[in-house]
Design a protein. Structure first.
Length: 340
């Protein structure tokens, strides 16, 4: 598990080395969303929960917790959409398995399993725990399950890092690619809605995300070599102590305003507030629920959806607000945008 405690110091300078990273695929396992453009909706619609067995078949899902099942759905979707798996489902990876890493972000994904295991041990003994269920209590079970399911033998990371976790995962995936540790990485954000999470957060299940979102972050040369079409390109990333500090670092004075700002602030500064970009705001959690560790990945996927309608421009993405221990920010470019 990685929490990147020094990211606030190292990430802004390191981000420049990841500037050739691109997004070549989006995968979804979300209620009522089949395409990235669906993440731009502003109204909640009644939908049924995602059924993993319907999406990817029930084989291999037995004994896996819901967070892992949802992540496996999003992983298969993104591998196919990026051309790393054949669209017809026949055959395996179209690239060597050791060229693909995995970075998963989930703050609460398997909390229900952890609590169930702890309660069972407290009430009885460890002999009460099924050897098939116990691995689900591991913090990295989601990332390792995705890797084993598809033979992804590159670096494997699990992020449980609070409000910034999803964007941290996207950045560190790009850093792995930039450093040559792998050519591409599957980045997944996943959270589940269940009574345990609901009780911890003091909310209701209807206000929580129950789904997964995935991206393929790939080096530009690797994407071009296999003929993949980039959907977006990663710009500068930073992790600071306030939203203003993030905006100043990612969008220095004189830089054009982004076409849209994906923000998770409960009350983002109004358009026209000095020091903040004059761009429309969008928060997908209003439709899909509180996303926690999945938020940054969800926002990036939504930005890709916007680029489908606005093929030039940039999207500013921030996670966290001034009441959190850190705020992360990333500038995502349309694949057609000329970057400075």
């Amino acid at each position: 598990m990685t929490s990147a405690p020094d990211a606030a110091v190292t990430a802004p300078d390191a981000a420049a080395t990841a500037s050739d990273a691109v997004v070549t695929g989006v995968g979804l396992a979300l209620p009522g969303a089949r395409h990235a453009a669906d993440l731009l909706r502003t109204t909640r619609e009644p939908t049924e929960p995602v059924d993993p067995g319907t999406l990817i078949g029930r084989r291999g899902l037995r004994y896996k917790d819901r967070a892992t099942q949802l992540a496996l759905c999003a992983a298969q979707d993104v591998l196919r959409s990026s051309g790393l798996l054949p669209a017809d489902g026949e055959g395996g990876l179209t690239v060597p398995g050791d060229s693909v890493g995995v970075a998963v972000s989930s703050n609460l994904g398997n909390l229900d399993t952890v609590c169930e295991v702890a309660s069972a041990i407290a009430a009885e003994t460890t002999s009460r725990i099924s050897p098939m269920a116990l691995p689900n209590a591991s913090s990295n079970v989601i990332a390792s399950s995705v890797a084993m399911q598809h033979g992804l033998r590159g670096p494997n990371l699990m992020f449980c890092n609070g409000p910034t976790s999803g964007l941290d995962a996207v950045y560190w995936a790009a850093a792995l690619v930039s450093a040559g540790r792998c050519d591409r990485a599957v980045v997944i954000g996943v959270e589940t809605a269940n009574p345990v999470v609901e009780g911890l957060l003091g909310g209701v299940a209807e206000g929580l995300l129950d789904g997964a979102v995935a991206l393929v972050v790939e080096s530009g040369p690797a994407a071009r070599a296999r003929g993949a079409r980039p959907m977006a390109a990663l710009g500068p990333y930073t992790r600071q102590g306030s939203v203003r500090a993030v905006v100043e670092r990612v969008l220095p004075e004189g830089r054009p305003a982004p076409g849209i700002w994906f923000t998770s602030q409960e009350k983002p500064p109004a358009v026209g507030t000095p020091g903040f970009p004059d761009a429309p705001r969008h928060d997908p959690t209003g439709v899909f629920g509180r996303a926690d560790g999945a938020l940054g990945v969800l926002q990036c996927a939504a930005a890709v959806g916007r680029f489908g309608s606005y093929p030039t421009g940039t999207a500013l993405i921030t996670t966290g607000d001034d009441t959190d221990d850190a705020v992360a920010g990333l500038l995502l470019h349309s694949a057609r945008e000329e970057r400075p």
